[in-house]
Each structure stands twice: as C-alpha cells, then as structure tokens.
Design a binder for this molecule. Structure first.
Ligand code: AMP
Ligand code: GLY
Length: 426
C-alpha cells in the first residue's frame, strides 16, 4: 500500500520512519518532508507540496492512488483537510475541521471542557481590550495565563507574573494585534501549578488506545529556564504519569471528551494530545492538541511494539480495540539540536556533518526537522534542526545513548540542552 504523510518536521520524519518499517507498505510519500526524509531512500520520497495546500494534496492522493494519509501538523487540520479527503473517499487519519477546534479555538476547548466537567483551569473569555483590562484591574492573584484563542504557532500563551505583564499582554494581543485574528478572542485563565506531561491517544471516536505518557522540555535553557520553544527534547514513559494518574486521565478526561464530541455531532478521530498539568497526582488539562506532539512523537512512535500502519488502519475500520498497540518494555529519549539564536533569529544554510558510525549505533534514530538535502549536501534550514532519539532498557540508558549519538552530529552554532530527562531520574 501507499501512504502519504503530511508535514515536514521531525514528527513527520518519525512517522515516515515508523510507516516505512511496515512490511505492507510499498511507498511512503512525505509532503513536503525535509532533508531527512529526502535521504531515507528506498520506499520513501518527498513530494514538493506544502502541508497547507490542501487542494493540491488531495489531487496528488487521487492521482497517486494513495491508500492512507496521515496528517502531522495542525494547520491543514484547521483548513479542513480531513473533511476534504473523506469527501473524496480517501482514508485519512486526523480529526475533521469542526473536531479540530479542540486545538484551533481555545475558547471552544475551554467551553467544551466546562460543558463536560473535564478538569482544567478556571477562565474567562474576552473579545476586547477594555473588558479584559477591567477584569485584570479587579484581579489580585497573579500569575494569570493569557491566551490567544486561535492558532499562533505555539506562541500565543503568556504566563503573566504580574499585573504589569498581564496589561502588556492584552495590549499586545488586542491593540498591537501581534497574533492578528488569532487573538480576536482571548482566554484569561488561572495559573495551574504542578508538572506538565503529554498523553496521546489514537482514537476512532469511541475506542482509544494510549501511547506511552511522555514529557516535553519547552524552555530553551537548562533547568527549564528562558524562552518557550517548540520543544527541546522529550522522553517516555514519564514516571509522573503513574498508572494511577493515567486512570484518572482516562476516566476524567479521555472518556468524557470523546463522549462529548460524539454528542455534539463531531466525533473526534485521529491523534488526541492531552497537555496535562499534574499536581500531587491530580491531572488537569492545560491544552488539547489535535495531533501528535513534536518532539514527543520522536519518542512514543519508536516505542510501539507492533506495526503502526495496522494501528492507523484499525482506527479507520473499527478494529482499534484489538490491534497490537502495546509499547515495548523500554524507555526512549530524544535531544533536539537547534540553531544558535533559536527561538529568536538564527542563521540557516550551515553544512551538517553526520559521522557514518552513527548508522551503526543500535537503537539510535536521527530524525530531521529544519534540514534540506540538495545536490548531495545536507544543510540547516530551520530553528530546530535534528532530533536524536535513542531507546534503552532504562530511561538513564536511553538518555546516555542519545547524548552519545549527539557527538556524531555537528553543524556551526549547534545548541542543545544537556538535561533532557534528568528531572525524571531523581
Ligand atoms: P498551551 O499552548 O496552552 O499549552 O500553553 C503553553 C504553555 O504555557 C504550557 O505548556 C504551559 O507551560 C503554560 N501554561 C498554559 N496554560 C497554563 C496554566 N493555566 N497554568 C500554568 N501554565 C500554563
Ligand atoms: N511538544 C509540544 C507540541 O507539539 O505542541
């Protein structure tokens, strides 16, 4: 069968890697892919269509007789790519546009959680500066968390430590319009304390299967300091999400969320990302995303024991309950290599060298993000450049293997955090 993967980050490289391992797959197309998917060779090839060009993608899938499509990022989901593929009779993994509102509208997501009693931070919604200011004038408790309702490339959340910061944030959102229409509506919610984790399920709308719980490292600096990024590393399983916590996540979040979406006539299908805050064993939802996380995908996908294509198909044909979706009894860690300056300005076009010995390391996978491969040259083309994943018998071992593998890769100005997963070891 032929599989199309939409997106061009390390998450999509990991998807392509996992899908290509399936004996049933003869061809994997990645649109647009990156340098890593370009270099995979064999059955994997890049297709130069942007992830947001949904019309061109459905045309391509028709012409090429693609059997199964997997959508990586949120933008095409917001644009309704799943509706489009389904209307053309094509199999696709992801939520329809209206179900994708769980991520694309924070107002929808918060109101939805309230309707179904799903634990999340208390909140108010504002659609103009004056009413937000009046609210903040009457608020004594800080931090407050201020969020653009719409998609803002992961940057639309401000944790305001003081009234001044909060005022600045609503001015940036409503007056300076730094996120444009994404901040036509703004959520102001209470600050949740605790530790964050990411729990993903694959679902057909009713049946759901859990991936291993994982943890991202969002800040650029060691010890979780400095600016927010797209994610600097991840590991799984995350001990923070014990069996007991996972049970609560299932009963209080997953079951009511899927039931609620069905009730509202928009059954949720595909990957659901539950961004959790866990405080003294009590989980609540920080955010829903309607896709796998990046860099978390780079650890949860390699940990699957079975054939990922079987599972993806099972989520479309009613057999998800019985498909093998077990995780290996191992741990995984991934270290993101970024360009100097990220998440602010950075240079691109730097030559990347990968020592050939890396290929020989067992249980190490090099997933590319911002790379391009042209005329036999591999260069940097983004802020997050590579994601080095390793599997080990223990978390400690996977972390050591990943950092050992990092030494085999180099480019000018490479930056990475040295403390990925360390939090979970103590
Ligand atoms: P989001 O895009 O909603 O996940 O927010 C980005 C990041 O902001 C989260 O990963 C958290 O670190 C932080 N954050 C968001 N909402 C809250 C909250 N209510 N309490 C504490 N931290 C939050
Ligand atoms: N790892 C955070 C995200 O994918 O949104």
């Amino acid at each position: 069968m032929k599989v199309l993967i939409i997106g061009g980050g390390a998450r999509e490289h990991a998807l392509a890697w996992a899908v290509a391992r399936s004996g049933r797959v003869s061809q994997v197309c990645v649109a647009p892919g990156n340098g890593g998917t370009a270099m995979m060779g064999g059955k994997v090839e890049n297709v130069s269509i942007k992830a947001t060009d949904t019309d061109a993608l459905v045309r391509f899938a028709d012409e090429k007789d693609i059997d199964l499509t997997v959508v990586g990022p949120e933008q095409p989901l917001e644009a309704g790519i799943v509706d489009l593929f389904r209307n053309s009779g094509k199999k696709v993994v992801g939520p329809v546009k209206n179900a994708a509102r769980l991520e694309t509208s924070k107002v929808f997501a918060k109101d939805f959680m309230k309707r179904y009693g799903i634990p999340t931070a208390a909140y108010n919604v504002f659609s103009d500066y004056t009413s937000a200011k009046t609210f903040l004038d009457g608020t004594t408790v800080f931090p407050q968390v201020i969020k653009a309702s719409g998609l803002a490339a992961g940057k639309g959340v401000i944790v305001a430590e003081s009234r001044d910061e909060a005022m600045q944030a609503i001015e940036d959102l409503f007056k300076k319009r730094i996120f444009g229409e994404a901040a036509n509506e703004v959520v102001i919610e209470s600050f949740l304390k605790g530790e964050e984790a990411s729990v993903f399920v694959l679902t057909d709308g009713s049946v759901y299967r859990f991936f291993q719980p994982s943890q991202d490292h969002k800040r650029i600096g060691e010890g979780d300091t400095g600016k927010n990024t797209g994610g600097m590393g991840a590991y799984a399983p995350a001990p923070l999400v014990s069996e007991e916590v996972l049970k609560k996540v299932e009963e209080r979040i997953v079951v009511p969320a899927l039931e609620g979406m069905r009730k509202e006539g928009t059954p949720y299908t595909g990957f659901l990302y539950i961004g959790l805050m866990v405080d003294e064993g009590e989980p609540s939802v920080v955010e829903f995303n309607v896709r796998l996380g990046d860099p978390e995908a780079q650890v949860v996908l390699p940990l699957l024991r079975g054939d990922v294509v079987d599972a993806l198909e099972a989520s479309l044909n009613g057999s998800l309950a019985t498909v093998n979706f077990e995780a290996q009894d191992r741990a995984a860690a991934t270290v993101v290599l970024a360009s100097k300056g990220y998440p602010d300005g950075y240079e691109t076009g730097k030559a990347i060298t990968i020592r050939p010995q890396l290929e020989e390391l067992d249980d190490v996978m090099l997933f590319h993000a911002g790379t391009s491969f042209e005329d036999g040259r591999l260069t940097t083309s983004g802020g997050r450049v590579l994601s080095v994943t390793a599997l080990g018998l223990t978390l400690r071992e996977s972390i050591d293997l990943a950092y050992n593998a990092v030494d085999y890769v180099d480019f000018e100005g490479v930056y990475y955090r040295r403390d990925i997963g360390v939090k979970a070891l103590s």
